[in-house]
Design a protein around this ligand. Structure first.
Ligand code: ZN
Length: 307
């Protein structure tokens, strides 16, 4: 069952491969149009070797149906070595996830597929911002921030359409944050490194620690959400002040809370103090339109960018 290296008619509609390589599940897909995968599968992320074998089996099957894969994009859980010039490019770095620390995902896929296809390896949130910019809420915008709020807070930036990498991956979750807790008689910061940072105050575990119940169980009209919106708005204000994006997308599980986005917009208006001339906040601050699809669509879009 070796993969044939014939070119077939793929010059006109090159087959793209994408992997949303999450810490709990892998989503693999092939497509000619990233927004509409031809074939897709998802399975739990196990130990590295078996996970990659599972992915390779899927892509071999897809190749038999649709022809050779021309490029691949991977949006991975982290931390990961995403610097193309680094000798460890393609590796997962320090992680408590069994077997994954030091494992090179890109090399394992190349070896498994036996094909010298170009592979783009980036973080899951970077893939998501590319997906939203090309096919979702930020379509046609060049300067886009995507903040994901879940068990942690991360962010990705498109600067003039290109992913910002910097020396390390930007760590928006650890920007310094004022203490808004005290107004609510609380004092919760769960970050072990900082006295008061965005993630320590506003990620899912902070909400749970502060109100002694998971965010999912907190009613929509609870004070928790006004405080949460205050923190999220402050994060957006800081990004606006530093970097002046066209729009900010708030993704991740916490952002999906009913009514939260409207509260964030109101808080933003209050905290911004009428200083900036911005697009209407209904456009400037949004949730992702691809929802749970941003990762896989973005990974396919990363593959598309390689062609
Ligand atoms: Zn921190």
């Amino acid at each position: 069952m070796e993969t044939e290296e014939t070119m077939q008619d793929s010059k006109e509609t090159p087959l793209l491969a994408g992997i949303e390589a999450g810490g709990t599940k892998y989503v693999c897909a092939v497509a000619t149009d990233p927004a509409e995968p031809l074939l897709e599968t998802r399975f739990p992320t196990g130990e590295p070797q078996e996970t990659i074998e599972h992915a390779v089996a899927f892509f071999r099957d897809a190749t038999e149906r649709y022809g050779p894969i021309r490029s691949m994009g991977i949006g991975t859980f982290g931390p990961a070595d995403i610097q193309p010039m680094s000798p460890g490019y393609g590796s997962i770095l320090t992680t408590p996830k069994r077997g994954w620390a030091g494992f090179n995902v890109v090399n394992a896929l190349r070896d498994g597929l036996g094909l010298p296809v170009p592979i783009a390896f980036d973080t899951d949130v970077n893939a998501a911002v590319v997906g939203e910019a090309e096919y979702g809420a930020a379509k046609n915008h060049r300067f886009v921030a995507y903040i994901t709020i879940g068990t942690g807070i991360g962010a990705a930036f498109l600067h003039d359409g290109q992913i910002v990498h910097g020396r390390m991956h930007p760590e928006v979750g650890h920007m310094v944050m004022p203490d808004f807790d005290s107004a609510y008689g609380k004092a919760t910061n769960v970050c072990p490194f900082h006295d008061s940072c965005f993630e320590g105050r506003a990620a899912g575990p902070a909400i749970e620690a502060r109100w002694e119940m998971p965010g999912n169980d907190i009613p929509d009209d609870h004070d928790a959400w006004e405080l949460q919106a205050t923190y999220l708005a402050a994060g957006c204000i800081n990004l606006t002040a530093v970097w002046s994006p066209d729009m900010i997308i708030l993704g991740g599980g916490v952002s999906q809370k009913a009514g939260l986005l409207d509260r964030v917009r109101r808080q933003f208006e209050k905290q911004a103090g009428d200083y900036w001339s911005l697009p209407p906040l209904e456009i400037y601050l949004q949730t992702p339109t691809l929802d749970q699809r941003a990762g896989i669509v973005g990974s396919l879009a990363l593959a598309h960018r390689l062609l």
